[in-house]
Design a binder for this molecule. Sequence first.
Ligand SMILES: Cc1cc2nc3c(=O)[nH]c(=O)nc-3n(C[C@H](O)[C@H](O)[C@H](O)COP(=O)(O)O)c2cc1C
Length: 150
Amino acid sequence: MNKILELMASHTSVRKFKNEVVPDDLLNSILDAARQASTSSNVQAYSIIVIKDQEKKVKLAELCGNQVWVEKCPVFLTICPDLRRLEKVAQRQGYEFQDRSIEMFIVATVDAALVAQNILTGAESCGLGGVMIGGIRNSSDDVSKLLGLP
Ligand SMILES: Cc1cc2nc3c(=O)[nH]c(=O)nc-3n(C[C@H](O)[C@H](O)[C@H](O)COP(=O)(O)O)c2cc1C
C-alpha cells in the first residue's frame, strides 16, 4: 500500500460537517487538480457550480429529497454533464455540433462522474469529507431554475 491507495481504501461518505468554512484557495486547489481527470476526447463535458449560499443550500436540500446534510455542508458542488458549452464553442468556430445522441450523453455523464470522484478523493486527501448526492436529479427542473441553468 502507498498513501494514495490507503486514502482510496479508507474512503467513507461523510454526512455530518463541522461549522467551518472551506477556504477558497483550498477549494480551488482541489478543483484544479480534479479537473485533470481523464476526459473522453479531451472535451471536459461538464460544468461545476460551487454553492455556498445558505438559502440556496436549504432549498437544494429540500429538492434533493430533504437530505439535511446538503444544507449543513459548507460547500455544495453541483457537477453537471454539460454539452451546451461545447455546442457554443463549436458554433463559434463555424462547426455543427451533434450532441443529441446517447453516445454524447454517455461522454458527458462519464466525464462528470470522473471529475466528481476526483474532487471527492482530492477533498479527502486534504482531510475533508463529503458525499455524492444523486438526489440532485429528483427535481432537476427546479434545481435548474434555482441555479439559473440553461
Ligand atoms: C452516483 C451516486 C449517488 C449517490 N447519492 C446519494 C444521495 O443522494 N444521498 C446520500 O446520502 N448518499 C448518496 N450516495 C452515497 C452512497 O450512498 C455511498 O457512496 C454508498 O452507500 C457507499 O458508502 P461509502 O461511500 O461510505 O463507502 C451516492 C453515491 C453515488 C456514487
